[in-house]
Design a protein around this ligand. Sequence first.
Ligand code: DX5
Ligand code: ZN
Length: 211
Amino acid sequence: MNYKVSPSMLASDYANLEAELKKCEENSADLIHLDVMDGHFVPNITIGAPVISAMKKVCSVPFDLHLMITNPYDYIDDFADAGADIISFHTECDSDIGETIDRIISRGCRASLAVKPNTPISAVYPYLDRLSMVLVMTVEPGFGGQSFKTEVLPKIEELRKRCPDIDIEVDGGVTCETVKLAKAAGANVFVAGSAIFRSDDPAGVISQLKE
Ligand code: DX5
Ligand code: ZN
């Protein structure tokens, strides 16, 4: 199994994004997790394509976008142009899921579907043949710094049993402790925001998570 760490820039210092990205790059982060929120799908607003495009110019680590927006289909071209490598969007959104996956793939990006904690994992099953990754939320989407929901672990186990090879990403409350539970359940891509950027030793946390 190929394990990857994807630092969530949501918890980084937005006034020093270039330095924060370098910190991830120098400490062998595998992906950069970028949380896009529209204030509608979730009660919070973050960044959009122009900021991501600017970040792309100063970072060579692949960008892992997490779209928490109501109509992802309408913005796939913008995010592909901005430099997205993987695009996750939610099964609970209003866009047509199949059309959105096709649009992501046609733009040369890898497609991923995300599920909130209360959404059954079977929601992604009809699309598995076109997905590179499934993002299983271990907190309610919208905010960083929440606690890992262990009740989501059986969904990860179920998906891993069904798909031995797909990337399974966990997002929300991942720390050097909870990462072990997620890994044991079958996840292999670990998003961490607060655990990395709110620590005195971000480099140390990235390497501990990787271990
Ligand atoms: C929350 C976001 C997460 C968030 C995780 O909706 O999807 O990516 O940054 O933050 P932590 O790691 O602090 O729970
Ligand atoms: Zn996220």
